[in-house]
Design a protein around this ligand. Sequence first.
Ligand SMILES: [Zn+2]
Length: 133
Amino acid sequence: MNNRSRNRLLGVNKLLAEKVAEIISILEARFNCQVEVVQGFRTFAEQNALYAQGRTKAGNVITKAKAGQSFHNFGLAVDLCKFVNGKPDWNDEEFWLNLRNLARNRGLISGYDWKFQDKPHVQLGNVLPKTKR
Ligand SMILES: [Zn+2]
């Protein structure tokens, strides 16, 4: 695991971070590649900016979650990607399937299984923490 990933795991739930570190080392060995945490904790402001994308701002819709509706906002989710020669590879279906199975085997939830599929996404638990509004 590289330093960028290590830094992005700061602010992430400790149990999730431990499981993700284990998953990363298995995937790196299995696919002979680098696996990076591309997203960890996300602030409410960052979440709202993502939500605006494809709605009130240019780009494709990439999330259904507003601030407080994403597990990233609570350090309970990370997004992972395979890197080859320093470049992300978003199109290796075998990799996504392996990530999904490794996550599920550790009691984590994989965005791979969602109707609005989010293959890089792995999260701890299925109930969002309550927030004050
Ligand atoms: Zn995610």
